[in-house]
Design a protein around this ligand. Structure first.
Ligand code: ZN
Length: 176
């Protein structure tokens, strides 16, 4: 009898990490690279917060995202579950796809962080593969990288919480 109890206890305990991993809030948190890192590696060409000078106004500012030096036309994947909140041209950013992180549950929108708006921006694209209001899942290919907005080919990846750019979080095991 004791052995059977132990067996069921073990089964229950084994489920706990699985439940945590599959929790919808986890999938809605942007925490992976926006491209195939096994193919292209680390390839960061611009860090978050580094000093920049606006080429039109000459003003100093801090870089608001991470730049990835991936080739023109590379598939870009969503880093979280969410919905497309913007897809089109944006001044200074070229062609942009913005994903609002969260999930749709029985017609109710559940944001990634309760009470806050988390947005993920993919900029300087060559092609958008999604339209406004589309629901996307983590790892879905949503666009192709490019050089729109008068820049050399790269992907500018930016995460904003309530409109303010934040340091994009990427899971440790993604680093290769
Ligand atoms: Zn950038």
């Amino acid at each position: 009898m004791k052995k059977i109890c132990m067996f069921f206890m073990a089964l229950v305990l084994l489920q706990i990490p699985l439940l945590c991993f599959n929790h919808p809030e986890h999938r809605a948190i942007p925490d992976i690279r926006p491209y195939n890192s096994y193919q292209f590696g680390y390839c960061v060409s611009g860090k978050f917060g580094e000093p920049r000078i606006d080429k039109y106004t000459g003003e100093h500012y801090a870089h608001t995202g991470i730049d990835y030096a991936i080739p023109y036309g590379t598939s870009v994947n969503s880093t979280c579950d969410g919905r497309v909140s913007f897809a089109g041209m944006m001044r200074g950013y070229g062609l942009v796809v913005t994903i609002e992180a969260g999930e749709m549950n029985r017609n109710t929108w559940i944001p990634a962080i309760k009470g806050h708006k988390v947005e993920v921006m993919y900029c300087h694209l060559s092609k958008q593969l999604v339209l406004d209001t589309f629901i996307v899942q983590k790892n879905n290919v949503i666009c192709r990288s490019g050089n729109s907005g008068d820049v050399p080919a790269h992907l500018h990846y930016e995460v904003r919480i309530d409109g303010k750019p934040v340091f994009p979080f990427i899971k440790e095991n993604q680093v290769i």
